[in-house]
Design a protein around this ligand. Sequence first.
Ligand code: AMP
Ligand code: MG
Length: 491
Amino acid sequence: MTNKDVPLDAGWNFDTSYIDLPQSLYTIINPTPVGSPKLVIINESLATSLGLDAKALVSEEGVATLVGNIIPDEAIPLAQAYAGHQFGHFNRLGDGRAILLSEQITPQGERVDIQLKGSGPTPYSRRGDGRAALGPMLREYIISEAMHGLGIATTRSLAVVATGETVIRETNLPGAVLVRVAASHLRVGTFEYVSQWGDDEELKQLADYTIKRHYPYIASDDNRYLHLLEEVIKHQAHLIAQWQLVGFIHGVMNTDNMAISGETIDYGPCAFMDSYDPATVFSSIDREGRYAYGNQPYIGSWNLSRFAETLLPLLHNNHAEAVELAQTALSHYATEYFDRWLAGMRAKLGLFNEEEQDEALVKDLLGIMHKYGADYTNTFIALTFNQLEDSVLVDKEDFRQWYTNWQERVGRQPHSTEAVQQLMRNSNPAIIPRNHRVEEALDAAVRHSDYSVMVKLLEALSSPYEHSAKQAVYATLPDEECGPYRTFCGT
Ligand code: AMP
Ligand code: MG
């Protein structure tokens, strides 16, 4: 063997702690190998931050590992069991088309899941084929990286590898595996699974594992399970507030798609809102608007109630007392959410301090945007740079009145115009992954194997608060004749 044949060390530093959990929570299983893997995109900066060598990852052996054809010695691949309320209905689920390759310990000592999505059938696949199509995996890559760029907690995307195989959906589509990086894949649905089919000892093991992994600072508290509930409530409330602030619509907020870590997870039919309308729904399967933009904060609370129910046996020996503790904790969700949301809105409007009428000021603006169908992101940008001439709002009397009120409010704080603008620049993204731009990038990639459009889009989305001239092209709205945007599940 010459030097050149020695496989490069990719830097995998695996340790699979998930196998310490009760065996009912997972099945050890390898990904199903694929015919002709081809790397289509790799996230070099993420690789580096994980202690991985991007050069080694793109080598033949590196790609074979990313797609699940080669399993490094230290990995113990497994599929996780979980349950979930899907559109309100409880179901037994699990990783039907994803396998946890292992957990990577980063150079900073953090533990993250390396999950292969689309890696073949598992005991939890039900009627599914365990596979994923290239388009939706690239879509998750784009949107999750955009969320990261926006500073919102999210799973990340390390790579997409085309499998060279066909997946059958409504039509035949090219298959792919997404390599997803997550703080963990513990979900509300993981707790629901144990609550339904496990015993109290298993529940305790799961809760302790979760605390150790995500909330170690409460590990030695006497009432740590109550504190776990409180932490998850707080993290989810803050996460959803951030979604609302950027106009992100998750699309399928089932309890199995809600991470205990507080990261955004499972990018299916998600999309960003253009014109402001609380009723906005993109998902073709969400016919009743359960997961509409304006409902997201309420659904967050509903999901957390399901989480709280699973923890009741750990909160108190007396059921009635446990319920009371859970209800008190849940009652804080609304304030946690609202305070974070209002603080974010104040920043978007350049307000450093607090006045009682601020909520009304924000709501008045949103009402006006809704009335005239103004674009959510671009309205805040127009306010930031005082460039209202292109806005549909410019000649509207109620908007002019609001604008005067806002200017007076801004003027009642001691900060300079520059400081106000800086706050607004840092709080209002110049660009979001606009649906037509995402589609354009996916079309070039999937139909023409041209990844340059996607790479450019990703580059722009990585620094949405830069406010540079080159971003302008991504800030334009779709042509009217495109009609309403629709996203699809079953991806
Ligand atoms: P999702 O809508 O991606 O959150 O998935 C909901 C559930 O369906 C999860 O348990 C998935 O593992 C499972 N699932 C989705 N697509 C497939 C597929 N193609 N094959 C097997 N299971 C799937
Ligand atoms: Mg899911």
